[in-house]
Write a protein that binds this ligand. Structure first.
Ligand code: PNS
Length: 156
């Protein structure tokens, strides 16, 4: 059974994340979307809210499981018997950080492979930070995020 983990802050999930999760779910037997409990940056949404928005967005997709984790990602991956970490790449600006993270994870756990999915060009500009900023300033985010997120952001 090929299990992949797609980790992230998901603060909040965007349509770019959704696209990557759907594409990954066509390649693996199971994709675990793993929300980090304490992201590096202060999160706008609580862990429960981030998990709930993901669950609402993937309610009908059996191969996708939503979970949360803390501690080292590679330890969590081992616990879940997953040997693939999925990450998305948008522009070259993502590369340094992702390269460093993939090599660090490989140093700690050589059997766990990081696979990168190139973003669809439609989402190459899209980020959770911009979504939050646009929503805060009254812009329309309905085409950038799943409806569960748009509703949540407009109610905040
Ligand atoms: O959505 P993000 O913020 O880019 O996700 C980053 C994340 C959660 C994948 C990364 O911070 C992470 O894996 N954190 C867990 C701690 C860890 O394992 N650190 C060592 C590798 S850098």
């Amino acid at each position: 059974m090929k299990v992949a983990i797609y980790p992230g802050s998901f603060d909040p999930i965007t349509n770019g994340h959704v696209d990557i999760i759907k594409r990954a779910s066509e390649l693996f037997d199971k994709v675990i979307v793993a929300v980090i409990r304490n992201p590096e940056k202060k999160a706008r949404f609580s862990l429960d809210e981030r998990v709930e928005m993901l669950q609402q967005s993937f309610r009908t997709v059996k191969l996708v499981e939503v979970d949360s984790f803390d501690g080292l990602l590679v330890d969590y991956a081992k616990k879940k018997k997953a040997n693939i970490i999925v990450r998305g790449l948008r522009a070259v600006s993502d590369f340094d950080y992702e390269f460093q993270m993939a090599l660090t994870n490989r140093k700690m756990a050589p059997k766990i492979e990081t696979l990168f999915f190139m973003t669809d060009y439609k989402y190459s500009y899209l980020s959770s930070s911009f979504v939050k900023q646009i929503a805060r300033l009254g812009g329309d985010i309905s085409e950038l995020v799943p409806s569960a997120v748009a509703n949540k952001l407009s109610s905040k």
